[in-house]
Design a protein around this ligand. Sequence first.
Ligand code: GTP
Ligand code: SPV
Ligand code: MN
Length: 592
Amino acid sequence: MTTNKHVNAWIDEMAALTKPDKIVWIDGSEEQAEQLRAQACSTGELIKLNQELLPNCYLHRTAINDVARVEDRTFICTRKKEDAGTINNWMDPQECYAKLSKLYDGSMKGQTMYVIPYSMGVVGSDFAKIGIELTDSIYVVLNMLIMTRVGTKVVDALGDSPDFIKGLHARADLDEQNRYICHFPEDNTIWSVNSGYGGNVLLGKKCFALRIASYLGRKEGWMAEHMLILGVEYPDGEIKYVSAAFPSACGKTNLAMLIPPEYYKKKGYKVWCVGDDIAWLRVGEDGRLWAVNPENGFFGVAPGTNSKSNPNALATTMRDTIFTNVVHDLDNNTVWWEGLNDNPPANAIDWKGNKWDYTKYDKKDKSTCGAHPNSRFTALAKNCPCISSEFDSLTGVPISAIIFGGRRAKTAPLVYQSRDWQHGTFVGSIMASETTAAAAGAVGVVRRDPMAMRPFVGYDMGDYWAHWLEMGKKIPNPPKIFHVNWFRTDDEGHFIWPGFGDNMRVLMWILDRCEGKVDAQETAIGYVPNPEDINIDGLDLTIDTVKELLTVDKESWKADLSNIKEFYAGIGARVPKEMYDELAILEANLNK
Ligand code: GTP
Ligand code: SPV
Ligand code: MN
């Protein structure tokens, strides 16, 4: 398929190691994809769903021990340990290659190795970067065909260049004890073995577009971030764009596709989705920060997605979609998940492949769920009703505001604004959130997740903050930086803020602030809205509740300080001095 000697030599070497019976190039054609779907259905790897109700949709179930990213088995392999930083797991590259080579050795015997040439970003654009993933999994091939731009056009764009990211994936035995997701940023290489799940194996996504790309971005002067991108269209047709970083399963897909509340809809406001998970950002010639979404589809959380919470996401999944680990409704050969509606199927198979009795389903006991809490849909961006006309733009979109956020039951107010870029970087650095099912491990524990990049930064976290500060100096007209929290709860543990589409009310305050159209109160942590400036027209919510949502409780912030200090100390020597300066300002403000 190519005469590129770098590509061919590498494939030969990987094939000699994994020993597949056959090597098949993925050309991006519909004929080939269709043939692979048929093959996967014949072996049970995929289940073809009701083609009238869900055209070109399929269901896949992963191994029971393989349902989420595995952060404790994810490694950054730099020659110097310090360069991987204290937050990342590290292995010496040579040691790691040797260790994983044993696991890969002969792992594709009797199987086919698929070669997936893909581009992150529009093929041939200045933003785009090319990867090649080798895999023994048709499921991975079919997901990559949705999530990235794949095929002959990518091979042509690469030409004879050695500039591509080499990804090797083998399912091997799906052995948890020997599962490894390893990154070699100094060699442009990713090795993944013993998993068949999402972020562990779709190597263009977290592995390349965040871990490797964040490393490249620092070297080359741009940023790779765990951010959605959306555009708010005003009644006069002008569109303003924001990007937002929330940790995994904290609302990026939902915000990116939000439907405006009646109040705004009637006036003619619209919201357009550019991306739901990853943004690559560069300084434009006009001195603003410009963003593209390097992906081609959405790998979204299924549970909780319904016609009220996220109708656009639901509509996107009605065709050309692969569902993973959701409930199979046998009566009409469709899918179901918790939070889709109140009619769980009576005749159903759960995510583990067992008969599922919905009458035993108890909302409070996750082990009775029919769909895994981290079950997902892989859907094409172009099928999204609110996809932005700039989705395929070569230059991206100009960003007015960057928004950080997390799941905090108390402490963080509904929204606040940082004083400037440096303070905004600090606000990102102290982000914290309750953990979710997107990663293996305990759920609901508060942990620091700076810029939502804790699991995804490909180098030292202190250096990463320094890069943010550096970038701030290079953007003559930088976005303003905000922090939001949709997840404050009352004493009974109910969310106070309605969230979802109503988050637009907060976005409008943010955009008004960017244009200096609205005042704010200066508090210890930054600027907080005057309660009457959050539009609650049509909401079943009083101004007092808004006041409550906006309170900055100094005592709980003070309690957070010691945790922040510990966290900074753990990151170590490379935390920039400016971050400690900001910490000192926060402490002084809280003690005033
Ligand atoms: P990743 O794909 O893992 O990066 O997740 P994400 O950040 O895209 O999160 P997503 O939008 O899929 O939301 C995850 C969960 O949070 C879902 O169960 C949603 O229903 C819930 N959620 C999203 N937005 C809101 C909100 O505004 N309020 C509340 N209460 N829940 C929300
Ligand atoms: C996340 O966990 O942030 C995801 C899903 O977007 S995964 O692709 O598995 O990383
Ligand atoms: Mn994500």
